[in-house]
Design a protein around this ligand. Structure first.
Ligand SMILES: [Fe+2]
Ligand SMILES: [Fe+2]
Length: 283
């Protein structure tokens, strides 16, 4: 059964492609300066919706809705197949399916000789996108994440779109630390809602901490890429970010020319999954 996702993008992968282009290695200063003008209007509209609607209250509401994990029980491979029922408007000949993106990240990590838990992290890191199948709009599932409840860093792309976010009218959210305390640690900071935070809560009892950091913060580009929000972090947070940075290239740049074969790779990854996960987990 096919499900369509609400939002301006040609499928949620269009956001991933945008990030990949934004951080393309070897970009000239000129290209960086012209960034805003070269972004496709669909992507711009996506960020407008994301920045307008991701409020502190929205995040609290989604946490209350999803964190009890009352929706269903399913295994990891089952979740991969479930996510694959998403219908994107993207081009089926050139674009990867969700399973293929996950496998490609995992295979690139494996090829570089990284540990099994990191291969597994690559495999599962985007499974939180199943929220699309439950009616969440694109802006609530993907997008660069950022803290809510405090001032928005000007390092966040399309910062200007926060102007229409209702939190702009709440002075308690507009100081540098907002509802948080200096150096309180990222675990005490609420990021905008999306597939990262949701999957973190689904798998946090099963994966090693380094993998959990990769999962929870892989879309937090203002933090791990732009160096923003250090005032909310501990020294340890900054050290753990090294793992997120180690993971990021596999997420962005592992797309090769050949599509990985899910049928061929399944036995290897099913075994890996069973080392860390029970047959079914709660979502
Ligand atoms: Fe992701
Ligand atoms: Fe990804």
């Amino acid at each position: 059964m096919a499900t369509e996702v609400k939002g301006p993008l040609n499928g949620i992968e269009e956001w991933d492609d945008e990030v990949k282009e934004r951080y393309r290695p070897g970009k000239s200063q000129e290209e960086f300066r012209n960034y805003d003008d070269t972004v496709h209007p669909r992507v711009r509209e996506f960020y407008r919706q994301n920045h307008t609607n991701q409020t502190y209250d929205f995040v609290m509401q989604k946490r209350a809705e999803y964190l009890p994990k009352q929706r269903m029980e399913m295994g990891i491979w089952e979740a991969m197949e479930y996510l694959n029922t998403l219908v994107d408007d993207s081009d089926p000949d050139t674009d990867l399916s969700q399973i293929e993106h996950n496998l490609q990240a995992a295979e690139a990590i494996r090829a570089d000789g990284h540990p099994r838990w990191m291969q597994l992290t690559g495999l599962i890191h985007d499974l939180g996108k199943v929220m699309c199948l439950w009616g969440e709009p694109q802006w609530a599932v993907v997008g660069d994440t950022f803290p809510v409840g405090c001032a928005w860093s000007d390092k966040i792309v399309f910062h200007q779109f926060f102007e229409n976010n209702p939190d702009a009218q709440r002075p308690e959210f507009q100081t540098e630390t907002g509802v948080y305390e200096q150096g309180c640690g990222l675990e005490n900071v609420h990021l905008s809602w999306g597939h990262d935070e949701y999957l973190y809560h689904v798998v946090k009892d099963y994966m090693p901490e380094e993998g959990l950091w990769m999962i929870r913060y892989h879309s937090f580009y203002p933090g791990h890429r732009e160096g923003a929000y250090k005032h909310l972090m501990t020294d340890r947070d900054q050290q753990m970010f090294e793992w997120v940075r180690k993971f990021n290239p596999y997420d962005l740049y592992s797309k090769g020319h050949t599509k990985p074969s899910a049928t061929e790779l399944r036995p290897y990854y099913e075994e890996l999954i069973s080392e860390y996960f029970p047959a079914k987990i709660r979502w």
